[in-house]
Structures are given as structure tokens and as C-alpha cells.
Ligand binder design. Structure first.
Ligand code: ATP
Length: 292
């Protein structure tokens, strides 16, 4: 018995930091968007638990977020041991929720494979124990994420947009970026947040393309100044609307038209080698992510 689950990556159309909470986490306000770039997570019933990935940057042990999801399910439900094999396509430590998405794939895949009978809401509640981005990765599509990122409110699916991703050859620790946030970095953008929510609701992709926002850019640039330099190179090269994804260092841009995406793709390819052209992923695609 086995399933393969497509574990879609994400970008943040809007990522705002409101302030630090008493529990040490930052209060965030985000608009998350799934992208078609995905890992493949195969889950099979086995004699003992094991996890294997094809990336040297990802642990093949209990620290793997996918294995942590399986262990949590085994603790709480009658579920056998599993062998998990992950084909990584989402860059690691890149601000695209690769690990969170693999964990979400294990929650969804095991629920289907072993008939656990858990609702999406129950899966999302369990998922918050593994990481703040995991509940969104279960829901997918376009959504608001608040609290420390685990409180999800779905939005109308954004119409298909084209996504350019410029991957870096280094990673940045999400924890280090959040630790670097200073009071001077916090400028809550409430008006922009509601304008973007309206734009998503009305399918105004041109507004979205022009108003991406990420409050983590400055702290992430201080953690690793190479990201700021890379962004500047792209802007100087005429690549439009470039923003850092999540806590970085991947840079991305969203385009309403395929024509603009190609024009900018050609410019970016002349500057960097690790470049992907993908597109946003609707909640309908997410529903079909489990392959038996
Ligand atoms: P986020 O956008 O949610 O902050 P990220 O995209 O910046 O996450 P990940 O690729 O999820 O970062 O990896 C973060 C850390 O988690 C790395 O140190 C990585 O080794 C570890 N990790 C554990 N399990 C996985 C997994 N299945 N895939 C990728 N990374 C994993």
C-alpha cells in the first residue's frame, strides 16, 4: 500500500510583521499563495519508520519534518510504520516552505492511505504542532495566515499568475531572520493588506503584481547581505517587481501575463543560473494532490 503526494511550495504575496508576542514568536499577517513547483512525497506501509530524500541539505532522520508529521500521527492514531521517500524540487531553506509542505503531504497522504477519517480542520490543527506554515500547506491555494502563521482564512483563488523564482546557492535560517527583527523594521501595512485582499477577491492580478510586500526583507538582508545584492542586480537588469520570498533568500516576481513573464525570464536568465518559471496553484489542483 502506498501513495504519492504532490507537496506544493508557496510564496508570500504579502508578509507583514506586527510585533513580538509573549511566547517569543512574531505576530504576522500574510497572504500566502501555493505555486506549482512541488516535491513528490511517497508514503508506503513498512516494518519500521524511515525517511529518505535526494537532497544533501535535508536530514534523513526524525528531524525531517515529514517524519515528524508521521510520528505525531502514530502517537495519536492507530497507524503503522511508514517508509517516506521525498524527491526534492523546492529549494531548501529558501523561504518557500519546502519542509512544511512535505510535512503537510504526510498528514494528507497518511489520512488517505490509512483511512484515518480526519477532516481538513483536524489535520490543520495537528499540523500547527509541526510548524507555523504547515496548516497553510494543508489548505493550499490563496489564503490569509495570521497569529504566528498558523491561523488560516481561505481567500478566493487568485486567477493564474506566472511566477519567476531565482534560487540562491545558499540558505538562510528562518529563525535567524526573525531574531534579527528590530522595532524599526515594523511598519504594519494594514491599508495595503486590505487593498491586496480586495484585489485577490476581484481577481485584479495587475494590482497584485505591482504591490507585493515583505517586511522580512531588511532583517534577512542583514543576516545575509548577498540577498540584497542579488535583488539589486535583478532590478538593475530591468527585472520588474522582484521581492524576497518568506524569510529568503529566494527572490521571486509575479506576472499577470505570460508575455511579461517570458520577457522577464529572459532578463533573469542572463543574470543568474538557478531560475524557475512556474505558476500559481489553485485550490482545485491541491485537492488532486494525492496519487494512489
Ligand atoms: P519556511 O518558508 O517555512 O520558513 P524554508 O523554505 O525557509 O521554510 P525549508 O526548506 O522548509 O525552509 O527548510 C528549513 C529547515 O528544515 C532546513 O534546515 C532543513 O534541513 C530542515 N528540514 C527538515 N525536513 C525537511 C524537508 N522535508 N524538506 C526540507 N527541509 C527540511
Amino acid at each position: 500500500m502506498h501513495v504519492v503526494v504532490k507537496a506544493y511550495g508557496k510564496i508570500n504575496i504579502f508578509l507583514d510583521c506586527i510585533g513580538k508576542r509573549e511566547d517569543g514568536y512574531h505576530e504576522v499577517s500574510m497572504i500566502m499563495q501555493s505555486v506549482r513547483l512541488h516535491d513528490l512525497v511517497e508514503i508506503s506501509e513498512a516494518e519500521t519508520n524511515s525517511v529518505f530524500t535526494d537532497s544533501m541539505y535535508v536530514p534523513n532522520n526524525r528531524n525531517n519534518l515529514a517524519m515528524r508529521a508521521a510520528l505525531l500521527l502514530q502517537e495519536q492514531f492507530d497507524m503503522p510504520s511508514v517508509a517516506i521517500r521525498i524527491k526534492k524540487n523546492i529549494p531548501v531553506s529558501a523561504g518557500m516552505a519546502g519542509g512544511s509542505s512535505d510535512a503537510a503531504a504526510v498528514f494528507v497522504g497518511c489520512n488517505a492511505l490509512f483511512d484515518l477519517g480526519l477532516s481538513e480542520k483536524e489535520l490543520m490543527r495537528l499540523a500547527a504542532n509541526i510548524g507555523s506554515d504547515v496548516p497553510f500547506c494543508i489548505k493550499g491555494g490563496t489564503a490569509i495566515a495570521e497569529g504566528r502563521g498558523e491561523k488560516i482564512r481561505p481567500l478566493t483563488d487568485l486567477p493564474k499568475m506566472h511566477v519567476l523564482l531565482a534560487r540562491a546557492d545558499y540558505g538562510v535560517s528562518t529563525a535567524a531572520v526573525y531574531k534579527e527583527i528590530k522595532p524599526a523594521d515594523l511598519h504594519p501595512q494594514k491599508a495595503l493588506f486590505s487593498q491586496l485582499c480586495d484585489a485577490v477577491h476581484h481577481g485584479d492580478t495587475v494590482f497584485v503584481e505591482n504591490h507585493l510586500y515583505n517586511a522580512l526583507e531588511e532583517p534577512s538582508f542583514r543576516v545575509d547581505p548577498r540577498t540584497k545584492k542579488r535583488k539589486q542586480i535583478l532590478l538593475d537588469g530591468g527585472v520588474q517587481h522582484v521581492l524576497m520570498s518568506g524569510s529568503g533568500p529566494t527572490l521571486f516576481a509575479l506576472y499577470a501575463t505570460e508575455h511579461d513573464a517570458w520577457q522577464n525570464y529572459k532578463k533573469i536568465r542572463a543574470l543568474f543560473s538557478n531560475v524557475y518559471l512556474t505558476s500559481t496553484c489553485s485550490s482545485d489542483l491541491i485537492k488532486d494532490r494525492v496519487i494512489f
